[in-house]
Design a protein around this ligand. Structure first.
Ligand code: ZN
Length: 314
Protein backbone atom coordinates (compact mmCIF):
# COMPACT_ATOMS: atom_id res chain seq x y z
CA UNK A 1 0.00 0.00 0.00
CA UNK A 2 0.97 3.64 -0.08
CA UNK A 3 1.64 6.03 -2.94
CA UNK A 4 4.06 4.53 -5.46
CA UNK A 5 4.53 7.66 -7.62
CA UNK A 6 8.14 8.86 -7.82
CA UNK A 7 8.69 12.10 -5.90
CA UNK A 8 9.99 15.02 -7.96
CA UNK A 9 8.65 18.11 -6.14
CA UNK A 10 8.30 21.70 -7.34
CA UNK A 11 8.19 25.20 -5.87
CA UNK A 12 4.58 26.03 -6.79
CA UNK A 13 2.36 25.23 -3.80
CA UNK A 14 0.92 26.64 -0.58
CA UNK A 15 1.69 24.85 2.68
CA UNK A 16 -1.11 23.13 4.55
CA UNK A 17 -4.84 23.87 4.35
CA UNK A 18 -7.93 21.72 4.91
CA UNK A 19 -7.93 18.02 4.13
CA UNK A 20 -8.58 17.08 0.51
CA UNK A 21 -11.95 15.58 -0.42
CA UNK A 22 -11.35 14.28 -3.93
CA UNK A 23 -9.38 14.20 -7.16
CA UNK A 24 -9.51 16.50 -10.21
CA UNK A 25 -8.29 14.89 -13.45
CA UNK A 26 -6.54 16.98 -16.11
CA UNK A 27 -4.81 16.53 -19.41
CA UNK A 28 -1.53 18.22 -20.22
CA UNK A 29 -2.45 19.40 -23.71
CA UNK A 30 0.97 17.91 -24.37
CA UNK A 31 3.21 14.99 -23.56
CA UNK A 32 5.67 15.03 -20.68
CA UNK A 33 6.91 12.64 -18.03
CA UNK A 34 8.51 15.30 -15.80
CA UNK A 35 6.45 18.48 -15.50
CA UNK A 36 8.51 20.36 -12.91
CA UNK A 37 9.92 22.98 -15.28
CA UNK A 38 6.58 23.25 -17.14
CA UNK A 39 4.84 23.97 -13.82
CA UNK A 40 7.46 26.44 -12.62
CA UNK A 41 7.59 28.32 -15.96
CA UNK A 42 3.80 28.68 -16.03
CA UNK A 43 2.96 29.44 -12.41
CA UNK A 44 0.92 26.27 -11.96
CA UNK A 45 1.32 22.79 -10.46
CA UNK A 46 -0.48 19.54 -9.74
CA UNK A 47 0.07 16.91 -7.09
CA UNK A 48 0.75 14.20 -9.69
CA UNK A 49 1.46 13.46 -13.34
CA UNK A 50 0.58 10.23 -15.14
CA UNK A 51 2.52 9.42 -18.32
CA UNK A 52 2.62 6.10 -20.14
CA UNK A 53 2.48 3.98 -16.98
CA UNK A 54 4.84 6.17 -14.95
CA UNK A 55 3.46 8.37 -12.17
CA UNK A 56 5.34 11.24 -10.54
CA UNK A 57 4.53 13.55 -7.61
CA UNK A 58 5.24 17.30 -7.30
CA UNK A 59 3.24 18.50 -4.28
CA UNK A 60 2.52 16.76 -0.96
CA UNK A 61 -1.11 15.78 -0.39
CA UNK A 62 -1.20 17.91 2.74
CA UNK A 63 -0.28 20.97 0.63
CA UNK A 64 -2.25 23.01 -1.94
CA UNK A 65 -1.30 22.65 -5.60
CA UNK A 66 -2.25 25.19 -8.29
CA UNK A 67 -4.13 22.99 -10.75
CA UNK A 68 -7.74 24.18 -10.71
CA UNK A 69 -7.49 27.80 -11.81
CA UNK A 70 -10.36 30.23 -11.35
CA UNK A 71 -13.69 28.41 -11.41
CA UNK A 72 -17.20 29.13 -12.74
CA UNK A 73 -18.13 30.72 -9.41
CA UNK A 74 -14.93 32.79 -9.23
CA UNK A 75 -13.44 30.63 -6.48
CA UNK A 76 -10.32 28.48 -6.37
CA UNK A 77 -12.16 25.67 -4.59
CA UNK A 78 -10.41 22.80 -6.37
CA UNK A 79 -6.99 24.13 -5.48
CA UNK A 80 -7.94 24.07 -1.81
CA UNK A 81 -9.91 20.83 -1.64
CA UNK A 82 -8.89 18.61 -4.55
CA UNK A 83 -5.85 16.52 -5.41
CA UNK A 84 -4.79 17.28 -9.01
CA UNK A 85 -3.53 14.68 -11.48
CA UNK A 86 -2.15 15.71 -14.89
CA UNK A 87 -2.18 13.18 -17.71
CA UNK A 88 -0.04 13.04 -20.85
CA UNK A 89 -1.82 13.15 -24.23
CA UNK A 90 -0.83 10.68 -26.89
CA UNK A 91 -1.69 13.38 -29.46
CA UNK A 92 -2.27 17.12 -29.08
CA UNK A 93 -4.89 17.12 -31.84
CA UNK A 94 -8.62 16.91 -31.13
CA UNK A 95 -10.01 14.90 -29.32
CA UNK A 96 -6.75 14.94 -27.31
CA UNK A 97 -6.43 11.17 -26.78
CA UNK A 98 -4.74 9.70 -23.73
CA UNK A 99 -3.07 6.28 -24.03
CA UNK A 100 -4.41 3.19 -22.30
CA UNK A 101 -1.12 2.92 -20.37
CA UNK A 102 -1.50 6.46 -19.06
CA UNK A 103 -5.12 5.83 -18.05
CA UNK A 104 -4.03 2.62 -16.30
CA UNK A 105 -1.41 4.61 -14.35
CA UNK A 106 -4.06 7.18 -13.39
CA UNK A 107 -6.42 4.39 -12.31
CA UNK A 108 -3.81 2.76 -10.06
CA UNK A 109 -2.88 6.13 -8.59
CA UNK A 110 -6.53 6.92 -7.76
CA UNK A 111 -6.80 3.53 -6.01
CA UNK A 112 -3.67 4.27 -3.95
CA UNK A 113 -4.92 7.75 -3.04
CA UNK A 114 -8.26 6.35 -1.84
CA UNK A 115 -6.53 3.67 0.23
CA UNK A 116 -4.20 6.07 2.02
CA UNK A 117 -6.84 8.77 2.47
CA UNK A 118 -9.38 6.27 3.79
CA UNK A 119 -11.97 6.82 1.04
CA UNK A 120 -14.15 3.77 0.40
CA UNK A 121 -14.95 4.75 -3.19
CA UNK A 122 -15.16 7.66 -5.63
CA UNK A 123 -18.31 9.52 -6.60
CA UNK A 124 -18.93 11.32 -9.91
CA UNK A 125 -20.71 14.67 -10.38
CA UNK A 126 -21.21 15.34 -6.73
CA UNK A 127 -21.35 19.01 -5.82
CA UNK A 128 -18.95 20.24 -3.18
CA UNK A 129 -21.88 21.39 -1.05
CA UNK A 130 -22.79 17.74 -0.46
CA UNK A 131 -19.29 16.33 -0.74
CA UNK A 132 -18.51 13.59 1.67
CA UNK A 133 -15.19 12.28 0.38
CA UNK A 134 -14.03 10.66 -2.82
CA UNK A 135 -15.30 13.26 -5.31
CA UNK A 136 -13.86 12.52 -8.78
CA UNK A 137 -14.14 15.29 -11.37
CA UNK A 138 -12.75 16.42 -14.69
CA UNK A 139 -11.34 19.93 -14.64
CA UNK A 140 -14.06 21.23 -17.02
CA UNK A 141 -16.74 20.43 -14.47
CA UNK A 142 -15.56 23.32 -12.33
CA UNK A 143 -13.92 25.76 -14.73
CA UNK A 144 -14.14 27.14 -18.28
CA UNK A 145 -11.68 24.77 -19.96
CA UNK A 146 -11.68 21.87 -22.42
CA UNK A 147 -9.49 19.94 -19.92
CA UNK A 148 -9.23 16.92 -19.57
CA UNK A 149 -10.12 16.72 -23.30
CA UNK A 150 -13.13 15.13 -24.98
CA UNK A 151 -11.45 11.72 -25.40
CA UNK A 152 -10.79 11.24 -21.69
CA UNK A 153 -13.90 13.05 -20.44
CA UNK A 154 -16.08 10.62 -22.40
CA UNK A 155 -14.36 7.78 -20.50
CA UNK A 156 -14.36 9.35 -17.05
CA UNK A 157 -17.47 7.56 -15.75
CA UNK A 158 -16.11 4.16 -16.78
CA UNK A 159 -12.66 5.00 -15.35
CA UNK A 160 -14.41 5.84 -12.06
CA UNK A 161 -16.31 2.53 -12.15
CA UNK A 162 -13.04 0.66 -12.79
CA UNK A 163 -11.32 2.40 -9.86
CA UNK A 164 -14.24 1.57 -7.56
CA UNK A 165 -14.26 -2.05 -8.71
CA UNK A 166 -10.58 -2.34 -7.77
CA UNK A 167 -11.20 -0.67 -4.41
CA UNK A 168 -13.99 -3.18 -3.81
CA UNK A 169 -14.71 -1.66 -0.44
CA UNK A 170 -11.24 -2.79 0.58
CA UNK A 171 -9.37 -0.05 2.41
CA UNK A 172 -6.03 -1.81 2.46
CA UNK A 173 -4.44 -5.13 3.35
CA UNK A 174 -4.90 -7.15 6.52
CA UNK A 175 -2.26 -6.07 9.00
CA UNK A 176 -2.03 -2.44 7.84
CA UNK A 177 -2.30 0.12 10.61
CA UNK A 178 -5.17 2.55 10.01
CA UNK A 179 -7.46 4.79 12.01
CA UNK A 180 -10.94 3.33 12.37
CA UNK A 181 -14.20 3.82 14.24
CA UNK A 182 -14.00 2.55 17.85
CA UNK A 183 -14.91 -1.15 18.13
CA UNK A 184 -13.56 -1.83 21.65
CA UNK A 185 -11.76 -4.94 20.36
CA UNK A 186 -8.20 -6.15 20.86
CA UNK A 187 -7.00 -4.86 17.49
CA UNK A 188 -7.51 -1.32 18.84
CA UNK A 189 -5.90 -1.93 22.27
CA UNK A 190 -2.17 -1.37 22.59
CA UNK A 191 0.26 -2.52 25.28
CA UNK A 192 3.25 -0.24 25.84
CA UNK A 193 6.33 -2.27 26.89
CA UNK A 194 8.71 -1.18 29.62
CA UNK A 195 11.20 1.26 28.15
CA UNK A 196 14.69 0.00 27.55
CA UNK A 197 17.84 1.94 28.44
CA UNK A 198 17.56 4.17 25.39
CA UNK A 199 13.97 5.09 26.18
CA UNK A 200 12.38 2.99 23.41
CA UNK A 201 9.37 0.70 23.75
CA UNK A 202 7.41 -1.86 21.75
CA UNK A 203 3.74 -1.06 21.11
CA UNK A 204 1.84 -4.34 20.79
CA UNK A 205 -1.80 -5.09 19.97
CA UNK A 206 -3.88 -7.12 22.42
CA UNK A 207 -5.66 -9.17 19.73
CA UNK A 208 -2.62 -11.01 18.34
CA UNK A 209 0.46 -9.58 20.05
CA UNK A 210 1.75 -7.85 16.94
CA UNK A 211 4.03 -4.82 17.11
CA UNK A 212 3.67 -1.43 15.43
CA UNK A 213 6.29 -2.01 12.73
CA UNK A 214 7.72 0.18 9.95
CA UNK A 215 7.31 -1.93 6.82
CA UNK A 216 10.64 -2.92 5.28
CA UNK A 217 12.54 -0.87 7.94
CA UNK A 218 12.27 2.06 5.53
CA UNK A 219 13.54 5.16 7.33
CA UNK A 220 11.70 7.52 4.98
CA UNK A 221 8.59 9.66 4.77
CA UNK A 222 5.52 7.74 3.53
CA UNK A 223 6.79 4.38 4.81
CA UNK A 224 3.84 2.09 5.60
CA UNK A 225 3.09 1.01 9.16
CA UNK A 226 1.97 -2.57 9.72
CA UNK A 227 1.33 -4.98 12.60
CA UNK A 228 4.01 -7.69 12.67
CA UNK A 229 5.20 -10.31 15.18
CA UNK A 230 7.86 -9.07 17.58
CA UNK A 231 11.41 -9.74 16.47
CA UNK A 232 14.16 -11.02 18.76
CA UNK A 233 16.56 -9.42 19.23
CA UNK A 234 14.62 -6.16 19.00
CA UNK A 235 14.84 -4.24 15.72
CA UNK A 236 14.65 -0.46 15.31
CA UNK A 237 11.61 -0.67 13.02
CA UNK A 238 9.56 -2.00 15.96
CA UNK A 239 10.84 0.45 18.57
CA UNK A 240 9.33 3.84 19.38
CA UNK A 241 10.21 6.77 21.63
CA UNK A 242 7.15 8.32 23.26
CA UNK A 243 7.26 12.11 23.50
CA UNK A 244 4.57 13.27 25.91
CA UNK A 245 3.14 16.73 25.19
CA UNK A 246 1.82 19.17 27.80
CA UNK A 247 -1.78 18.25 26.86
CA UNK A 248 -1.09 14.56 27.57
CA UNK A 249 -0.99 13.39 23.95
CA UNK A 250 1.91 11.37 22.61
CA UNK A 251 4.06 11.62 19.50
CA UNK A 252 5.69 8.30 18.58
CA UNK A 253 9.21 8.76 17.21
CA UNK A 254 10.67 5.84 15.25
CA UNK A 255 13.94 4.37 16.47
CA UNK A 256 14.93 4.23 12.78
CA UNK A 257 15.14 8.05 12.74
CA UNK A 258 13.99 10.32 15.56
CA UNK A 259 12.78 12.94 13.05
CA UNK A 260 10.29 10.43 11.58
CA UNK A 261 7.07 9.90 13.55
CA UNK A 262 3.79 8.02 13.33
CA UNK A 263 1.38 10.13 11.24
CA UNK A 264 -2.14 9.75 9.81
CA UNK A 265 -1.84 10.19 6.06
CA UNK A 266 -2.95 13.51 4.60
CA UNK A 267 -4.45 14.68 7.92
CA UNK A 268 -7.44 12.58 6.87
CA UNK A 269 -10.31 12.43 9.32
CA UNK A 270 -11.86 9.43 7.53
CA UNK A 271 -12.10 5.99 9.11
CA UNK A 272 -9.70 3.81 7.12
CA UNK A 273 -6.94 6.39 6.61
CA UNK A 274 -3.48 4.86 6.77
CA UNK A 275 -0.81 5.38 9.40
CA UNK A 276 2.58 6.21 7.87
CA UNK A 277 5.95 7.61 8.87
CA UNK A 278 6.37 11.32 8.19
CA UNK A 279 8.74 14.12 9.14
CA UNK A 280 7.97 15.50 12.59
CA UNK A 281 5.80 18.61 12.45
CA UNK A 282 3.96 18.35 15.77
CA UNK A 283 0.58 18.67 13.96
CA UNK A 284 -2.42 16.93 15.60
CA UNK A 285 -2.31 14.08 13.06
CA UNK A 286 1.04 13.18 14.65
CA UNK A 287 -0.30 13.27 18.21
CA UNK A 288 -2.14 10.34 19.80
CA UNK A 289 -4.26 10.61 22.95
CA UNK A 290 -3.73 7.55 25.19
CA UNK A 291 -7.00 6.35 26.77
CA UNK A 292 -6.49 3.73 29.48
CA UNK A 293 -8.66 0.66 28.81
CA UNK A 294 -8.36 -0.41 32.45
CA UNK A 295 -6.89 -3.71 31.23
CA UNK A 296 -3.21 -2.73 31.06
CA UNK A 297 -3.52 -1.34 27.56
CA UNK A 298 -4.47 1.88 25.79
CA UNK A 299 -6.58 3.11 22.94
CA UNK A 300 -4.43 5.53 20.92
CA UNK A 301 -6.72 8.21 19.46
CA UNK A 302 -5.36 10.37 16.64
CA UNK A 303 -5.74 13.90 18.06
CA UNK A 304 -7.04 15.45 14.80
CA UNK A 305 -9.77 12.83 14.22
CA UNK A 306 -10.28 11.19 17.64
CA UNK A 307 -10.31 7.84 15.81
CA UNK A 308 -8.28 4.98 17.37
CA UNK A 309 -5.28 3.26 15.79
CA UNK A 310 -6.48 -0.12 14.48
CA UNK A 311 -5.01 -3.21 12.85
CA UNK A 312 -6.92 -3.57 9.57
CA UNK A 313 -8.66 -6.93 9.35
CA UNK A 314 -8.84 -7.50 13.12
ZN1 ZN B 1 -6.88 20.97 -16.24
Amino acid sequence: MGITADWIGCNNYNSGGPQKVGVTLHHQYGYGDNLRSVFENNGVSAHFNSCNGHTTQYVSLVDRAWHGGVEHDGSYWANTYMIGIEQANSSVAYPYPISDKTIEGTTKLCVEIAQVMGWKSYTRKQSEASATVGLLQGHRERAATACPGDYFFARLDSVCADINKRLGGNMGKAGDIIQWSPNFKGNQKWIISEEDKQGYCHITDVAKGRCLDVYGSKAEANAAIIAWPRKEPATANQLWRIEEHANGSWTLHSALDDELVLDIFGKSRSAGAAAILWQYTGAPNQCFIPVDTGEGSYYLLAAHSLLPLDVFGG
